[in-house]
Design a binder for this molecule. Structure first.
Ligand SMILES: *[C@@H]1O[C@H](CO)[C@@H](O)[C@H](O)[C@H]1NC(C)=O
Length: 247
């Protein structure tokens, strides 16, 4: 979690130095979807991959994820305990916002972000144990889970809170819905490094990617909801809500 918080602080830093870039887009009016989409895509495109030493900005792509756990109960055909430790998410720079809803004058309402991620990969050490569609699976090593052309909807409810006489926004009840066109799995060193068994399992996972995704979708979306919730709340904890918009 500590690395996620690092990322959040960095995002806030971007917003705070915005005024120093003469070419940067001007702030948007409340609820101006097209403008908010444009400004957000600008920051992702210009700042995600390279960072900027002068403004003490580190890279957002890759994005470190210290720990993520997916656990599916015995009642699911995909009954696994899967842990990722010290992974990176690659591909934040391929995210494009298409539409936002909300962000009006009244922050205590539903807000929605609609975006597409061209290619997002979660890469790093894993350990897994359990059963996938009746086949036992176990192992630990390095994995790569890649979502291709993924449509994402993020919904949350704004909750106001007061600090030093000003009103800030916190994101609550955050929900994510992800619809990938394709999902690729690769787990190295399955079954204690038994290559034949491991190759078979990887082929099996990719052949059945959609059925497996349907089973683990809620767990994955839940894990990412926590990350997004923290990011959004922390970005908006940097300044009073109204300061993000043109007066
Ligand atoms: C992860 O897998 C995807 C799809 O197979 C591939 O394009 C990407 O380069 C891989 N990423 C890493 C860091 O190995």
């Amino acid at each position: 979690m500590s690395r996620i918080i690092c990322f959040i602080l960095v995002l806030s830093a971007i917003l705070s130095v915005q005024a120093k870039f003469p070419d940067d887009p001007k702030p948007c009016k409340h609820g101006d979807s097209a403008c908010i989409v444009k400004i957000t895509n600008y920051f992702i495109r210009e700042k995600a991959t390279q960072g900027d030493r002068d403004i003490n900005l580190v890279k957002l792509d890759p994005l470190p994820v210290t720990k993520m756990n997916l656990k599916q109960g015995a009642d699911s055909p995909v009954n696994i305990d899967l842990t990722f430790k010290d992974n990176n998410i690659y591909g934040i720079s391929t995210i494009r916002f298409n539409k936002v809803k909300g962000f009006g004058k009244d922050l205590a309402q539903k807000h929605e972000l609609q975006l597409n991620a061209g290619k997002l990969s979660l890469v790093g050490p894993y350990s897994i144990k359990g059963k996938v569609l009746i086949l036992p699976i176990s192992g630990s090593g390095k994995s790569n889970m890649t979502l291709v052309n993924c449509d994402v909807i993020v919904q949350f409810t704004g909750m106001p809170f007061e600090k030093d006489g000003e009103t800030y926004m916190k994101a609550t009840k955050l929900k994510i819905l992800a619809k990938p066109e394709r999902l690729y799995y690769h787990f190295s060193n399955l079954f204690n490094g038994d290559k034949a068994l491991g190759d078979n399992m990887n082929t099996f996972l990719n052949d059945n990617w959609e059925a497996i995704f349907k089973e683990v979708q809620n767990s994955i979306q839940g894990a990412f909801s926590e990350i997004f919730s923290a990011i959004i709340s922390n970005v908006f904890s940097k300044y009073p809500y109204d300061k993000f918009f043109e007066a």
